[in-house]
Design a protein around this ligand. Structure first.
Ligand SMILES: [Zn+2]
Length: 251
């Protein structure tokens, strides 16, 4: 979810908030809030005395998010409050319902969604499933186009699936590096490799290596170093701008 939303919710739901909730996609915020509201209401379940049960929150939460489901884990607060069967059941039901809802809700927009066995991993509505498919095609095409600057085996270290608003920047930077590698009759081909390209906590990280560079290749190396530094710097800038503009899901 966007940082500004996470920041707001972390204050509104301060007692139950956990930073693992920040990676919940925008479409799953409603299921999250439904669960948090139910967990805040646990003191009202089986309430015996008019003063309440002495606790406003009962559990610590941690969330695991995958493309097809989000799972909430709860640990009773210490010292534990007075758990009754009804209260425990209400807690478990809130956690279970959260997972069920995420598995039936589009990650992007919150409309009803399903998981399809068509190579697009994730719960999406029809419209966002099509958008994801178009993205995958676009990224796969970019990878193929710039194959010469990546290791021979396509491992997990190269992940071109940056947020959509970074795509043009990434594509133009990779094309520029490819151009440098292929210039001068391609004598640098195979000697420059991007060994790592991935988003970590909203930051684009790019690593590259030079191998047995021929004499006189320093200007090319400088140009590639500059291009990568520029790509990472511009990417940070765009992520910051995107988060403060309140664009769509930056995760
Ligand atoms: Zn959708």
């Amino acid at each position: 979810m966007k940082k500004e939303i996470a920041d707001r919710l972390s204050k509104e739901y301060a007692n139950l908030w956990d930073d693992s909730m920040r990676v919940i996609p925008d479409g799953w915020i409603t299921p999250l809030l439904t669960m948090l509201d139910r967990l805040y209401g646990l003191s009202d379940v089986d309430r015996k005395s008019y003063q309440g049960e002495g606790l406003s929150t009962w559990v610590d939460l941690h969330i695991d998010v995958s493309p097809i489901v989000a799972i909430a884990y709860a640990t009773p607060l210490k010292p534990a409050g007075k758990w009754t069967p009804g209260r425990a059941l209400a807690c478990v039901e809130a956690l279970a319902e959260f997972s069920v809802q995420t598995g039936e809700t589009c990650r992007t927009c919150g409309e009803p969604g399903i998981m399809r066995l068509d190579g697009i991993e994730g719960i999406y509505c029809d419209q966002h499933r099509d958008e994801e498919a178009a993205k995958i095609d676009k990224y796969a095409a970019l990878y193929d186009e710039c194959r010469v600057i990546f290791p021979a085996v396509h491992g997990k270290a190269i992940d071109l699936h940056v947020p959509d608003f970074l795509y043009d920047l990434l594509a133009s930077s990779l094309r520029k590096i490819k151009q440098v590698v292929e210039d001068e009759g391609g004598y640098l081909e195979g000697k420059i490799k991007i060994t790592r390209l991935e988003m970590i906590d909203g930051q684009l990280h790019v690593r590259h290596v030079y191998d047995q560079m021929p004499a006189g290749a320093e200007p090319a190396m400088m140009e590639i170093d500059d291009t990568i530094r520029w790509l990472e710097g511009q990417s940070d800038e765009l992520v910051r701008k995107h988060n403060s503009d309140g664009g769509s899901d930056a995760s």
